[in-house]
Design a protein around this ligand. Structure first.
Ligand code: ADE
Length: 241
């Protein structure tokens, strides 16, 4: 399984950027992940590389113009027939583990980094498959959101993680947050590792971890805990979002 991602952006020099490091970088060098930044300005209709314009009806800011977006997208779609188009925008559907799992099933994606005050609605209506937000806060543009999404998707590619880093385990814990973890030494500045983790009793350790994960989730993310309690295990495992 291999995933090719065209990133349509006003800042192609930002890619692969941090994605070249660590697990995503390894996925790239193993040929599992290809990131191809494409400069939207290459599709502008004038010498100055204009890709934005004022909104009809007035209002603050500029919008991304239709012509460069349509032409760039159609060019990329001709190269990658069937590729899904994902636009990063604060008004999109919230990105989630479930959406990452859905998108990792694609062979090719076109990720469009939103910019300015937004995008001409005609482009969204006729070319975009997914409008995605990475959270309820507004960033200056969609380049970092694109990187966040690509990271979350890429680590799910079979072979991207080593056995020790497996993402399998995550899907078995439903919506619980992770339990506290410790590594050597046993004591540091008088702070001790919980006794039970040194006991070697795997059953007790598993029960302790589960209890800690439940308490933490209950306190920190009560809405997540409610969902965890409400859903049957099979659905929880497969459809975690
Ligand atoms: N562009 C600006 N803010 C964003 C967000 N939170 N998610 C996706 N794209 C964005």
């Amino acid at each position: 399984m291999k995933l090719h991602i065209d990133v349509l952006t006003l800042f192609p020099e930002l890619f692969p950027g941090p994605l070249a490091a660590s697990i995503t970088g390894r996925a790239m060098s193993r040929g599992l992940l290809e990131i191809d930044p494409v400069n939207l300005r290459d599709f502008s209709h004038d010498e100055r590389g204009t890709v934005d314009d004022k909104p009809y009806g007035g209002g603050p800011g500029m919008l991304m113009k239709v012509e460069p977006l349509f032409e760039a997208t159609d060019f990329l779609k001709a190269r990658s027939p069937g590729a899904k188009v994902v636009l990063t925008t604060p008004r999109g559907r919230l990105f989630s583990q479930k959406l990452a799992r859905e998108l990792v099933g694609e062979e090719r994606l076109i990720v469009v980094c939103g910019h300015y005050e937004g995008v001409d609605q005609r482009y969204i209506d006729s070319r975009v498959d997914y409008e995605v937000s990475i959270g309820d806060y507004v960033l200056t543009n969609g380049n970092l959101p694109a990187m966040v999404m690509i990271d979350a998707i890429a680590r799910l590619l079979p072979g991207a993680l080593g056995c020790e880093e497996s993402s399998e385990d995550e899907s078995h814990t439903g919506w619980l947050l992770e339990y506290p973890q410790y590594t050597r030494p046993e004591e540091y500045e008088g702070l001790k590792v919980p006794e039970i983790l040194l006991s070697g009793d795997h059953g007790k350790i598993a029960a302790w971890r589960r209890q800690e994960a439940e308490w933490l989730t209950m306190r920190r993310r009560p809405e997540l805990y409610a969902r965890h309690r409400a859903w049957p295990r099979e659905i929880k495992d497969v459809n975690k979002d």
